[in-house]
Design a protein around this ligand. Structure first.
Ligand code: PLP
Length: 392
């Protein structure tokens, strides 16, 4: 059976060019970058190059990139790293109600320690409005953290505007850009952000490597203490192969971004139009165009409870999609806090189908989806109406 992968927001397949760049660092180039001999210096040079490549994607300085093990770690690093600089009673943090758990759970932890946290509301189209931020700012607001693109609905946030308001207030601005990096331009010479979280496995790079952009001159407390690597902000022997892979993935994404974004937007919009013309109860969740190029999030009116069945039926046909985010797949059946934050009722909030496209998806694969999905929703409709009839 043909296998089609439409779950790029969960993770992406490695680009073969990335694999090729990484392979020597699993064999001949094995040195510890802290060693002064030739083996160490080869590894050190590779890290310098990888850091430069990641920085270039943001028009940042190489000294502004700190490597971590994941996007989650980068999020923890900035929230806890800023909070630890203040006594809890003197530190207010603002975030949004529909952030990834890497932010929300860290905020819960800080809340337990006595920090005060505010959660900005989200519009029904999945956007955090600048006016809401203006109203939430306090004299002791130290940090505002709003994601660049939501992982479930794919909506893009007005990061530039939110960052400007935050900076005028004198606080720091962080954006979790894990879903957006490599897909849309994020240039720190134009965006007044202080921190950006990212993760290589979302842009056809390897898993287990992320980074935090930290604007030059901005100080945070380190979470991991030890040998002083990563400018003392993240001690541990570096993941050299991961950094090389991240660097390569970043440079490919930067070089191909504008052509790839237009290709994905037209593929995405063709799929949305095709689904809506064939499946009458299908509705798009989130803003119609302020969304990531390859991101589709759908609901099926009256069939919301069937999203998991639909996902599994597609899987039986070899097509991988998800119901909401990979991180919450184990909580199947629960209303999504992200859709609830957007004001959807608990019934509608249970049932979204996320179809996310990537570099290797083809027109032919989109055609297959457009043939298979209407047939599956139709047969599920029969099952749903039969079971309702049996109950009545
Ligand atoms: N933030 C967002 C918005 C995400 O979508 C994800 C992963 O899906 C993360 C953070 C966590 O990234 P990682 O898997 O690298 O820990």
């Amino acid at each position: 059976m043909e296998q089609i992968y439409f779950d790029h927001s969960a993770t992406t397949p490695l680009d073969p060019r990335v694999v090729e760049a990484m392979l020597p660092f699993y064999s001949v180039n094995f040195g510890n970058p802290s060693s002064l001999h030739w083996a160490g210096q080869q590894a050190k040079q590779a890290i310098v190059e990888g850091r430069r490549q990641v920085a270039d994607l943001f028009h940042a300085g190489a000294d502004e990139i700190v490597f971590t093990a994941s996007g989650t770690e980068a999020d923890n690093m900035v929230l806890v790293g800023v909070a630890m600089r203040y006594p809890p009673k003197d530190c207010h943090i603002i975030t949004s109600a529909f952030e990834h758990p890497a932010i929300l759970e860290t905020c819960k932890y800080l809340d337990k320690l006595g920090y005060s946290i505010s959660y900005l509301p989200v519009t029904p189209e999945g956007i955090v409005e600048p006016q809401a931020l203006r109203q939430a700012l306090h004299p002791n607001t130290r940090l505002v953290s709003v994601m660049t693109a939501n992982n479930v609905v794919g909506t893009l946030q007005p990061i530039g505007e939110l960052a400007r308001i935050t900076k005028e207030h004198g606080a720091l601005f962080h954006t979790d850009a894990v879903q957006a990096v490599g897909k849309i331009p994020l240039h720190v010479d134009a965006l007044p952000v202080d921190f950006i979280s990212m993760s290589a496995h979302k842009l056809h790079g390897p898993k287990g490597i992320g980074a935090l952009y930290i604007r030059r001159g901005t100080v945070i407390e380190p979470l991991v203490h030890g040998g002083g690597q990563e400018r003392n902000l993240r001690s541990a022997t570096e993941n050299v192969a991961g950094i090389v892979g991240f660097g390569k993935a970043a440079s490919i994404a930067g070089a191909e971004m504008s052509a790839e974004a237009s290709r994905l937007v037209s593929l995405r919009d063709r799929i949305i139009a095709g689904i809506q013309s064939q499946i009458t109860n299908a509705y798009l969740i989130g803003h119609p165009y302020k969304r990531l190029p390859g991101h589709i999030c759908l609901g099926f009116a009256g069939q919301e409870g069937e999203a998991m069945h639909l996902m599994l039926a597609l899987n039986d046909e070899g097509i991988a999609v998800s119901t909401g985010s990979a991180c919450s797949a184990q909580h199947g059946g629960q209303p999504s806090y992200i859709l609830m934050a957007m004001g959807m009722d608990p019934v509608r909030s249970r049932g979204s189908l996320r179809i996310t496209l990537g570099r290797f998806n083809t027109d032919l694969e989109a055609d297959t989806l457009l043939q298979v999905l209407p047939r599956l929703t139709e047969s599920l409709r029969h099952i749903t109406s039969r079971s309702f009839a049996a109950v009545a």
